[in-house]
Design a protein around this ligand. Structure first.
Ligand SMILES: CC(C)(COP(=O)(O)OP(=O)(O)OC[C@H]1O[C@@H](n2cnc3c(N)ncnc32)[C@H](O)[C@@H]1OP(=O)(O)O)[C@@H](O)C(=O)NCCC(=O)NCCS
Length: 246
């Protein structure tokens, strides 16, 4: 008996082409390691094998940034009354309230009065999937940058970043902001590079059966491996004599 030939779904080839193009791009930019990380992330459930590969970025304020007040778009710090609008982007109101209650600062990007993006700053120890980063004094941990998908590609994130960092520097005192960017997140990597951040380290985290293996390597240093069940505290490189903005 002859089986009927499967009728290809019109969406399938387009989806396959898209995935192949993405795999090629990852291979070109990040080599086989990038493809391997991507495959594991896509094929293995996170609860079985968690894998994260990211760069640690550093940025200085006190370089003159573009004004965010221009046109219809502006930025300002969030307060509790913004929790619903900011949470509606994707994190949810309760999470935004929790962050603000902890003293984190949320920079909001507004377009015609509507909240279209956010970026958070904290000085409490920041737990990035069992790696705990400590800041304080003039340094901040920056997290959860987000721009509404309909507004992406207009360089709004860089402007939000510049405006908020300049606001934190209060009168031009140099401040540092650290952040992580997934190595496979091309949009975020490009946005980070353009806004003048520089890579100071690279981290790999693998977790299975409650055990985490982490590798931290600062630029110019040796990799430091740890096997841990609980959190690992990571000391960020001390304040260098680097030129602010460099
Ligand atoms: C990362 C992010 C905040 C960047 O915001 P943005 O205002 O679009 O940033 P930019 O306009 O500078 O664009 C950065 C890159 O995004 C890509 N991009 C451009 N248009 C895009 C679009 N319509 N949709 C998605 N990405 C786009 C481009 O690669 C661009 O780089 P290029 O200008 O050199 O080509 C945004 O893409 C986002 O919210 N992503 C989801 C959340 C996220 O990944 N956050 C970062 C966590 S580390």
């Amino acid at each position: 008996m002859r089986l009927p030939r499967p009728v290809p779904s019109p969406a399938a080839p387009a989806e396959a082409r898209r995935l192949l193009a993405r795999a090629r791009r990852i291979s070109r930019d990040l080599g086989p390691a990038g493809v391997a990380v991507r495959l594991v992330q896509r094929l293995v459930p996170r609860r079985i094998l968690f894998l994260e590969w990211y760069d640690v970025f550093e940025a200085w304020a006190a370089r003159p940034g573009p004004s965010i007040e221009a046109g219809d778009t502006e930025a300002r710090w969030a307060d509790e009354s913004d929790a619903a609008a900011a949470g509606a982007l994707f994190r949810g109101e309760a999470e935004i309230r929790r962050r603000l209650a902890l003293g984190d600062r949320g920079a909001l990007l507004l377009d015609g009065g509507e909240v279209v993006g956010h970026l958070f700053f904290t000085q409490r120890p920041y737990d990035e999937n069992r790696l705990v980063y400590r800041t304080g004094g003039d340094s901040w941990w920056m997290y959860d940058g987000y721009v509404d998908p309909r507004r992406r590609g207009r360089r709004l994130y860089g402007r939000l970043f510049g405006a908020s960092l300049n606001a934190l520097s209060q009168g031009g005192r140099p401040v540092r902001a650290f952040s992580t960017v997934d190595r496979l997140n091309t949009a975020s990597q490009r946005a980070a590079a353009r806004r003048g951040s520089r890579i100071i380290g690279r981290v790999l985290t693998v977790r299975a059966a409650g055990v985490t293996v982490s590798r931290v390597r600062w630029v110019g240093g040796r990799p430091s491996w740890r096997v841990h069940r609980g959190p690992r505290t990571v000391t960020l490189p001390g304040t260098s004599r680097a030129t602010p903005g460099g």
